[in-house]
Ligand binder design. Sequence first.
Ligand code: KIV
Length: 289
Amino acid sequence: MSTTFQLETSTSRANPTPAPMKRLTVPRIRDRKKDGETQEAIVMLTAYTARMAQLLDRHCDLLLVGDSLGQVIYGLSSTVPVTLDMMANHAAAVVRGSYHAVVAVDMPFGSYEASPEQAFENAAYLMKQSGAAAVKLEGGAAMADTVAFLVQRGIPVMGHVGLTPQAVNVLGGYGARGRSDAEAEKIVEDAIALDRAGAFAIVVEGVVEPIAIEVTRSVSAPTIGIGASASCDGQVLVTEDMLGMFERVPRFVKKYENLAETIEKTVESYAGEVRARSFPGPDQTYQPK
Ligand code: KIV
C-alpha cells in the first residue's frame, strides 16, 4: 500500500490534477450550518477510484468513499463483507484523484462497534493509509460514546442514521425507516446523540420525509440526505446509481444519465470493428519509419 497521497501524473493515465490548491476542511463544512440554517447546500457523492474522484472533485464539497463499493465495485450482496483494507485502498485512490473536496471514508462493518478503542485504532489506520480527512460510521445513540472518543482524539466523524445498510441482517431489508412513531422517535434521538457527541455532519438515509425534516431541525450539525428530504442541509447519492450504471436502484435515486446504455453501445461498436478487422486502423497502428 502506497502512502503517497498525490497522483503520479508522469506514469498515470489520469489527467493531470490541477495545481495544488487548498482543500475544503471539515470545520468549513460543519460551519455551513449556522443557527440552524444552511445557505449553501452541501454536495456529496460517492467515489471509489482516482479517475472518478477527478471528475467529481470540483463540483463536490465532500467525496465519500462509501462501503457501498462492496456492491457497486465488488458485486457483493451487502456491505457486511467489506474489509478495512478494501476501504483503505479505495480511499487512497480517491485522495490521489482529488484536490478540492473533503474525502471521508466509511468504517466497514466490524471495524468500530466493539469499543471506542477498536474504532480509534481502525479509523487512524484508514486515515494514515489513505490521507482521508474524516471517517463515517453507522449507528446512533449506541455509537455516541465512540464518536466522542474519536473526535476528542482528532478524528472527524460523520454519523449515519435511519436506514443503516450494515445492519441489514437486523433490519431485515432496505425499506424506508421511521414509519412507526417509536421508530421515528428513535431516529431523532439517534441523530441528537451523534450531534452532542461531536459528529460534524450526519447522513440521514431512507427515512420518511417528516422525520428527515425533524432531524434537520433538531441537530446543530448539517444533515446530508439520501432518500430523505430536499430540506436536509445537503444531499448524497451513489455516483454509479445517478449516472445510470444499474437498472435496479432504490426508489430515491434520480438517474441523471444512462451510462450503462452508452457503454453497451460503445462496446458493441468495438466488438463489431474487431470482428470486421477494421480496428485497429491506420491511426492506431505503428509502421516502420
Ligand atoms: O456507503 C455509502 O455509499 C453510503 C452512502 C450511500 C451514504 O453510506
